[in-house]
Every structure is written in C-alpha cells, then in structure tokens.
Design a protein around this ligand. Structure first.
Ligand code: F6R
Length: 241
C-alpha cells in the first residue's frame, strides 16, 4: 500500500487526475471505476482541465460507477447518474453508452446486479477511484458481520443517510436503499486509488489502513490488495504520523 500525503487539496486532486489521464493516454481503451460524493469533485474538475488542455480523449474509455441510490431517476439531481453527468461525463468526449452505473430504477434490481457483475468480469477495471465513509464504508458497503462480494442492494445505515442528507432538501428525501458494487468486485480492480480528505476522516483512515482487517471497517479489506494508492490531505493523514 502506497500512502501519499499532500499539503493541499489541489495537489491531491492534480495527482489523482494526472494518474487517471496518464493511464488513458497510455491505454485509450482503459476501464475506469468511478466514485461520487464530495471527494472526487476536484479530481473530476482537474481531469476535465487536462482533457481540454492536452486533448486527452476519452472516446474509447469505459466507466463503471460504484453505486447508485434505489428509486432515484437519472434525471433527479441527487442521483449519482446526474452527478456523474454534471461533474464529468458531459464535460469530456466520453461515449454515453460506455458509461455504466448500477440501475437503481430497474424492476428487477437483483437481475441488474448480476448483469453488472457480468459486465465487470468482461471488462475488468484498470483503476478504481474510491472515497471513504466516516464508518469505513467503501462504495455503499457498510460495516457488517458479513460483506457481499458482488454487486448487491444495501439498506443504508442511519449515519450514512445523515452524512448524505446535506445534499437533499430533507432527511426524508434521502433514499433508504442503494445498489453498490461489493467489496469483492472492488478488489478485482488492477489498481485502487483511495482519496480521503479532512480531519473528520483522520481516525477512520488510521483504522482502515493500520487496524485489523475486519468487516466492521470495510475499507480495511483494501490492505489485502496488492496495488492500492492512498491519497490523503494533511488533516486526513494526521493520525498516521
Ligand atoms: C460514493 C461512494 C461513497 C463515498 C463516501 C465518501 O460513490 O461510494 O463510498 O465515497 O461516502 O463520501 P465523501 O467523499 O462525500 O466524503
């Protein structure tokens, strides 16, 4: 596990964006695993800037997002489909059909999960971008006695709904369920970039990276992966030193 600490958020964003765009330059048909939330926004802005300044094309790139809420239409501005379109997809030359998110509106969500894993098996992720939840979740894999390997439906923990309520009009609007890639699917990526910022994540960063490998801290399973790059700002990394 490689851990890199940055003095500023901008440096962290630039590093992650440079890593991803270098991969796309070297391998135009790269498969990217993408995340939502507040952490990747600056990374996506920087990717758009590099795309414009250096004409890095995403036309042959395929993407798979980690998760999506159940019951939100892609047009809903709180859906992760909407987020991805506004922060990244509509701002680069990626082909819409090559961008994938779990379909939280499917009639048969279970069948959709199987289909998602099938596509992931056919197009393994070259680099997976991850954020970290305060309770150690990755994707929406919440702390539990058991973790699911593949894509599955999860009931969101109250603390996760509260953390995400800031994006919604009221707590009641925050969906109770989501579809997420499982920890097993996430760990199949060739390389994983875990980006974390903020003092409020310092303790969980320490637990996930240096504590025991346990399903009560899903991110601790990243310790078992051979190629994880952890990008931290000063505050998020302050308990490691
Ligand atoms: C988002 C996701 C979540 C977030 C995590 C951190 O697709 O899968 O695991 O990465 O909740 O969110 P932020 O970045 O908002 O602190």
């Amino acid at each position: 596990m490689e851990i890199i600490q940055f003095d500023t958020q901008q440096e962290l964003d630039s590093y992650a964006a440079r890593y991803i765009t270098n991969l796309v330059k070297e391998k135009p048909q790269a498969v990217l695993g993408l995340a939502t939330g507040s952490t990747p926004i600056g990374i996506y802005d920087k990717i758009v800037q590099i795309h414009n300044d250096e004409r890095v094309s995403f036309k042959q790139v395929t993407t798979y997002n980690l998760d999506e809420y159940v019951g939100l239409q892609p047009q809903n501005d709180q859906s992760y489909a909407y987020y991805m379109n506004s922060h990244l997809f509509s701002r680069i030359d990626i082909v819409a059909e090559q961008t994938h998110l779990p379909n939280g509106m499917a009639d048969d969500v279970e069948a959709e999960c199987i289909q998602y894993d099938k596509m992931l098996a056919e197009q393994p992720v070259d680099v997976q971008l991850l954020g970290l939840g305060h309770n150690g979740h990755i994707g929406f894999n919440e702390p539990d006695q058991n973790l699911s390997g593949g894509t599955h439906v999860v009931k969101l923990k109250q603390e996760t709904r509260e953390a995400n309520a800031r994006f919604f009009d009221s707590m009641n609007d925050v969906p109770e369920y989501a579809v997420t890639m499982g920890v097993g699917s996430i760990l199949k990526a060739n390389t994983i970039i875990l980006a974390v910022r903020g003092a409020d994540k310092a303790q969980i960063v320490k637990d996930a990276l240096t504590g025991p490998i346990t399903t009560s801290v899903p991110a601790s399973l990243l310790q078992t992966h051979p190629r994880v790059i952890v990008l931290l700002d000063r505050e998020a990394g302050r308990m490691l030193n």
